[in-house]
Design a protein around this ligand. Sequence first.
Ligand code: FAD
Ligand code: NAI
Length: 478
Amino acid sequence: MSKQFDVLVIGAGPGGYIAAIRAAQLGFSVACCEFSAYDDPAGEPRLGGTCLNAGCIPLKALVASSEAYEKAVLHLPEHGITATGISIDVAKMQKRKEAIVTKMTSGVKFLFRKNKITFLKGRGSFAGKTDAGYRIIISGQDGDEEVLSQKVIIATGSKARHIPNVQVDNVTICDNEGALKFTDAPKKLGVIGAGVIGLEVGSVWRRLGAEVTILEVMPSFLGAADESVSREASKLFLKQGLNIKLGVRIGQAKLTKDGVSIAYTDDQGSEHTLECDKLIVSVGRTPNTEKLNLEAVGLQTDERGFIPVNDHCATAAPGVYAIGDVVRGPMLAHKAEDEGVMVAELLAGQKPHLDYNSMPWVIYTTPEIAWVGKTEQQLRSEGRDYKTGQFPFAANGRALGLGDADGFIKMLADAKTDEILGVHIIGASASDLIAEAALAMEFHASSEDVARTCHPHPSLSEVMREAALAIEKRALNM
Ligand code: FAD
Ligand code: NAI
């Protein structure tokens, strides 16, 4: 007899494991299958998906180590601290990162046990439907097992997109998998794509001494961010030594005796070759749907490979849902998690709702960049009447004390109703500061609501309040 579940989740990334936990909390019998490309030291498949194994968590560990190194080298003297012989042991830094990943991925296994979620080791694929539920084949190391489930949540995530003429080997030419595992800081690093990964990973190795050149196909920099933030970021990154070339066309990448050479054409049409020790390809990601056998339940992917879903993540097959990177919308861990919670609650008959407009974005550069809601250029193109308030970190005592006074917070609010339409931060701790703005937008707060809220002094959060006050031209400290 096949094992039978109320809910089967395919994939244990942040979308899948959170969906499984929420469904179990709501009283369903839940299983989650995962084949995982990543093994823990005991040879067991690791849970947590891209985010925990080869994305957010390991990358932020490297960001923190490289920032600590750069601070020690460049900024301790400002505090009157003399430290000599500062060096970086990249192998030790990588070990620290691995320990964090192991802790987090083991934590997901603990949460599965705590919530009585059945972990099925293997790749899930559809085999059809019976009255007892969807037939799912779990293909594991010991062969195939068929299980039945009334409801299925597909959370199979995404993988790095590759481009023609650039053969990724994850040793010299790397996507996110190899780029997080370098055993030494490269002397010269090439990066294809000035998006989120390119900027974050490029900044890690720049802080550790690499000469970094980023080759970007688009003629403008960071088009998704607010234009004033992109301008400020461009200025600051250039000052830090990130060499970003816009409007290029990538040609052939070739392995050489010392590393790799990449042919490219610049925005004027001139041809160049970039020689470097390592090359990172970060040109976006594609959804994982191969071998799911979606056809067995009448589903197919759209022209970009995503599984089509409605606002509630329901697919065209009744009782089958899809969440996270494998469906439309931003490829962000918190988006995947929130969709997982939404679907579990829908299955329990609740009426959850997700407002994609109040989902924050963060880029973990120095300084961090974060935003929520609309950019100024979006509001302009929509013909919306809006007001702007902006305040610099340079006028904030806490930022000066921390020695992190670059950047600003900009708030955009409706000209008539004063409802906050967007908040854009470039500055220290933007990843934490943006949560206040996301909460404000979730509650449809006005800029006056934020301006009248008492904020702690001295703190970076005062810059948020001052930006809100600046909307009515009444910032107090400028
Ligand atoms: P995934 O995390 O990709 O998980 C899907 C899981 O499904 C995988 O474990 C896979 O093995 C498994 N799977 C696939 N097919 C099957 C199958 N048929 N059967 C069983 N299992 C299967 N986002 C942020 O919000 N913040 C960040 O700071 C951030 N940093 C990132 C840094 C990098 C380098 C990268 C690459 C991504 C980053 N992201 C970040 C994006 C984030 O990792 C993804 O948006 C998130 O992991 C998506 O979650 P998911 O559950 O949809 O998919
Ligand atoms: P991305 O979509 O952020 O950036 C890709 C960049 O590559 C774009 O600027 C694009 O114009 C450029 N590009 C595309 N094709 C190119 C080509 N042929 N030549 C040169 N440039 C080219 O994708 P990225 O950086 O790979 O990250 C993937 C996803 O992972 C992101 O979209 C994001 O959702 C997620 N992520 C999130 C992070 C965060 O939240 N802090 C951190 C890292 C990744």
